[in-house]
Structures are given as C-alpha cells and as structure tokens.
Design a protein around this ligand. Structure first.
Ligand code: ATP
Ligand code: MG
Length: 326
C-alpha cells in the first residue's frame, strides 16, 4: 500500500508538524510503501528568499532523517526535481472546476483580506497537491485536519478523470490521526500552529532551545478558570494537554487527573520540560546531519531519481488517456 506525505520547506518545522505529520509518517514506514516529499513547489506559493529556501530544503531532509525516516526504506524526495508534478498539476487544472477550487479554506485563511494580491499559485495549491498524490497511485494520505479538504479534492479529481478518460488514477483516502492531530497556536488557540505565522511566540520550533521553549510555554494563552480539565471551551489548556499526550502517549483525561489541586503554572512547567527533553536529541542529530551538506544532497537526488521513474510512467498514461500524442 502506498502512503504519501509532505511538508513545505517554508520555515523550520514546529511541533505540530512533528507530532501531526512527521512522527505518524515514521510509524507508517513499517507497513506501507512510504513516499516522503519535500514540497518546495508548494513553498513558493508564498514569497521565499532563494538563499533561505535552499537552506530550508536541506533542513527538512535532515529533520526527516533525524525523526526516523529511513531513506533506504522510504522514497524521500524533492518535488521540484520531478517535473511530472508540474505537468500533472497543469492537466488537473483543466479538470478542476473554479467552484471547487474556491471552496478550499486554506486559500481563504492564507490570503485573508488580500486575496487580490496573493499569487495564483496559492489559489491552485490544492491542485498541485492532487497531482502529488495521484502520480504515485497513493492509497493513504495521512494529514492533519487542515489538509483533509485537499485530499478530498484529489479524490474528486481522480474520480472525474477516471470517468472521463478511463481508469487511470487510484482514488486516495485521507487518514486523520486521532490524537495530536492538531496542535494549536500558543497565542491564538482557535487557530492551528503554523510555520508561516508572523509571531514566533505562537509556535514552538523543533530547533528552539530550552530557554525559548520555557518562555513560549509560559506565555501560552490559557484561561483563568480553576482546575485542569479536558474541555473544548478551554482550547489553550487543551492544547497543552495535547502536547503532553503527544509526547507521553498518556490520555488527556489521565494527564488532567494528575493535576488535581495544582495550578496552570505546574502544567506549563511540565509541558516545557517534556518538550525540552524530547526535542534535544533530535536537535543534535539534525545539526550533525547539516554539517555534511553533500551527503544530504546525494540522498535527496537518489530519492528524486526513484520518484521520477514512477512519476514519468504515470504522466505518460495520463497524456495517452487524454489523446495528447506522445
Ligand atoms: P505553513 O504555515 O507554511 O502552511 P504549516 O505549519 O501549515 O506551514 P505544512 O507544511 O503546510 O505546515 O504542513 C505539513 C504537514 O503538517 C501537513 O500534514 C499538515 O497537516 C501538518 N500540520 C501543519 N500544521 C499542523 C498543526 N498545527 N498540528 C498538526 N499538524 C499540522
Ligand atoms: Mg500549511
């Protein structure tokens, strides 16, 4: 069974990416054929500084490996090195309806009031994502809640293409991780934690040092109600419990029960310490990997070559099905 997942090299990863995307992907390596992308073509839908983007691509490869992605087992590759992604994205733009694209909430969230000024690429982003998924006969796409709608679009486009041009694509399923699936912003808990958020205090980067982590968790927005409870009306608190749950595997109810008679401050201190302990070994490994850039570049190139082999076969089938003379 083929599973596929990807993270944008838009910034250093945050703990939501780690708990919600990267760790579940690592677990998938055992019983699926995993494709793990560095989705740089997605990253450029918002402005990127070229020098920084290059660094972020290498960082992401290092983070994947440090988190436990094994490039021998998993097809770790860079999207822009496989030209079929761009080709299929164009073709699927001719299959996708304007109305469908307009319903995508990520565009509305990211474009906000400035929708006239953002790139067309930000609008067509979900169609590129559909191409990523459909090129590799992906059955399972493990994503956070924020990406579920995009996987559903990929399903719809696959079904329509198959109907109009003959059986070509495998229809994918979104798989939402039940726990830790959504880590919220520390400052605005009604929003998800995001790499491209402007205020760094809203997220914990996986490279934050101990002091920064303690400060950010201390500053996390909670409420002034008494007691530590699991409650959807207390999103800031629930977020802290979710983080502890993601690290320890203990249920949130059990964690909350352990804080009877204690204050929010006690919980925050424990969350901060748990994060420091779980991130430190990974940080050391990432830094080690980044000192050998050539080896990272070689790993990415090798995985991308493999991906290109598969993707080129698929894009040919697509063109043939549509009557585009080969
Ligand atoms: P950006 O702000 O640049 O969009 P992002 O933080 O949303 O960055 P992405 O690269 O878009 O990260 O998403 C990578 C993966 O991480 C996706 O599978 C997505 O579902 C997951 N993810 C993103 N944010 C969170 C979060 N706050 N909690 C859990 N998972 C998340
Ligand atoms: Mg995102």
């Amino acid at each position: 069974m083929r599973a596929l997942t990807g993270i944008q090299p838009t910034n250093i990863l945050h703990i939501g990416n780690l708990f919600g995307a990267l760790q579940p992907a690592v677990a998938l390596q055992h019983d699926t054929d995993l494709a793990m992308m560095i989705v740089d073509l997605h990253a450029i839908t918002v402005p990127q500084d070229p020098k920084t983007l290059r660094e972020r691509i290498l960082f992401l490869a290092a983070a994947y490996i440090a988190a436990g992605i094994d490039p021998k087992k998993t097809m770790l590759f860079q999207q822009s090195q496989v030209s079929a992604h761009s080709e299929l994205a164009w073709i699927l733009q001719t299959v996708c309806r304007i109305g469908e694209a307009e319903r995508m909430t990520q565009f509305k969230d990211k474009a906000g009031e400035k929708s006239e000024k953002v790139s067309v690429g930000l609008f067509t982003y979900p169609i590129l994502m559909a191409a990523d998924i459909l090129l590799y006969d992906t059955e399972v796409v493990p994503v956070g809640e924020d990406q579920k709608q995009h996987v559903e679009l990929a399903r719809d486009l696959a079904i329509r293409f198959n109907r109009d041009f003959g059986e070509t694509f495998v229809v994918p399923k979104p798989v939402i991780r039940q726990s830790g699936a959504r880590i919220r912003s520390l400052l605005e808990p009604e929003k998800k934690m995001s790499k491209s958020a402007t205020n760094a205090k809203s997220y914990i980067s996986i490279m934050d040092d101990a002091d920064v982590i303690r400060k950010k968790i201390r500053g996390a927005v909670t409420d002034s109600e008494d007691g530590i409870t699991v409650d959807d009306s207390r999103l800031g608190l629930k977020n802290l419990l979710t983080i502890l749950h993601a690290i320890t595997g203990q249920s949130m109810v059990d964690i909350a029960a352990g804080y009877e008679g204690k204050a929010m401050k006690n919980l925050k201190d424990d969350v901060a310490e748990a994060l420091v302990l779980s991130l430190e070994p990974m940080q050391a490994e990432i830094n080690g990997l980044l000192t050998n850039e050539d080896s990272l570049i070689a790993i990415i190139a090798e995985g991308s070559q493999k991906a290109k082999g598969l993707a080129d076969v698929k894009i040919k089938k697509v063109k043939q099905a549509m009557g585009l003379l080969l």
